[in-house]
Design a protein around this ligand. Structure first.
Ligand code: 2RA
Length: 340
């Protein structure tokens, strides 16, 4: 059997990456149906060298679609995912709309694949900053039980979308030309800056982006006690999020050499850590890659069982599109498409 795959938000930053990822997927694909807002109807996107016409994402558009990958924002997911499910599609949603709903599995295939089995027609893709953090930490959590995570993120502008990529380009250009820097996407200049503000602020002084990392980590690891203290920062990098992660574990940690081995052999992880030769993960070199890259691995000597890690991943790929496609591949491979 070959599957008909819908991509909702096909012209967005993540949607574009979903199409690129599907091109290389092991999924047996009969057809890819790109769906987007009405204004984009008739425009074309490329898939395996062929132009595909965009259709409007609306009632009736999902008939015959087996799996619908959504990356069109919360409002679109809230409105259209029930319609897609009614019309027979299994929805894999990259938005924040359903991630914390008890009936919706929140899945990173390398971390909690079994959670996908009991789906009810909708599976949520976690936030990019959560995905890369947990792919790296899962092998350590399984062995040494992490009790606390302190993490600072350094997030690329592509996480905001195509307009933010354009804004950074325009600000750098204006700076070089000695002109006033245009600004419309972020509350402050992003070029040559670091913005400690991603998504809106909450009563507790954290941002929604930071609380996603706290809440999603507990759900994905199925651990109601683990503590996560995030600071999410936007930096003038186009692609790939970086994270400085500090963990404290319940059990004693082994020597660094053993930790490196554990990490490098873990699913979805690659260690790049040879500081003498200035080798460590960096966003500018990791665009378009599929793994989560870990470096600067060192004990935190200030606590009994502590470790520091530097983690980089392509936020549009493993942080969004690739993880969503990997969930689709998992469902097909395990024959879990029907769910429960
Ligand atoms: C961001 N994680 O980077 C959020 C959504 N992609 O803006």
């Amino acid at each position: 059997y070959k599957y008909r795959i819908g991509v909702v938000g096909a012209m967005g930053a993540v949607g574009t990456e979903m199409l690129a990822t599907l091109e290389k997927s092991t999924l047996p694909i009969a057809e890819v149906i790109p769906l987007d807002v009405k204004e984009n109807e008739g425009k074309t996107v490329s898939f395996r060298g062929q132009p595909l016409k965009i259709k409007t994402a609306e009632k009736g558009a999902f008939k015959g679609i087996d799996i619908a990958l959504f990356s069109a924002g919360e409002t679109a997911s809230l409105h259209l995912s029930p319609i897609a499910r009614e019309e027979g599609a299994v929805v894999i949603d990259n938005s924040n709309a359903f991630r914390m709903e008890p009936w919706v599995p929140l899945v990173v295939p390398e971390v909690n694949p079994e959670a996908a089995k009991a789906h009810k027609g909708l599976i949520a893709n976690p936030n990019c900053s959560t995905i890369q953090m947990l792919v790296a930490l899962k092998p350590l959590h399984d062995r040494y039980k992490i009790k606390r995570i302190v993490v600072a993120t350094y997030q690329a502008v592509s996480g905001t979308g195509l307009l933010a990529i354009e804004e950074l380009n325009k600000q750098v250009e204006a700076y070089i030309l000695g002109k006033e820097l245009p600004r419309s996407v972020y509350p402050h200049q992003i070029a040559f800056n670091a913005l400690p503000h991603i998504d809106s602020f909450l009563e507790n002084g954290y941002t929604k982006e930071e609380m996603k990392m706290f809440n999603e980590t507990r759900k994905i690891l199925d651990d109601p006690e683990i503590m996560v203290s995030p600071t999410a920062v936007r930096i003038p990098v186009f692609r790939c999020h970086s994270e400085a992660i500090n963990i404290e574990t319940e059990k004693p940690l082994p020597e660094i050499a053993e930790i490196v081995q554990i990490l490098d052999n873990a699913p979805g992880v690659k260690v790049i850590d040879d500081v003498q030769n200035r080798e460590y993960p960096m966003p500018v070199y990791l665009k378009g890659t599929d793994k989560v890259y870990v470096g600067r691995i060192r004990k935190d000597f200030t606590v009994p069982h502590g470790l520091n890690l530097w983690v980089v991943a392509d936020n549009l790929r493993k942080g969004a599109a690739l993880n969503a496609v990997q969930i689709a591949e998992l469902l097909v491979e395990k024959n879990w498409l029907k769910g429960e």
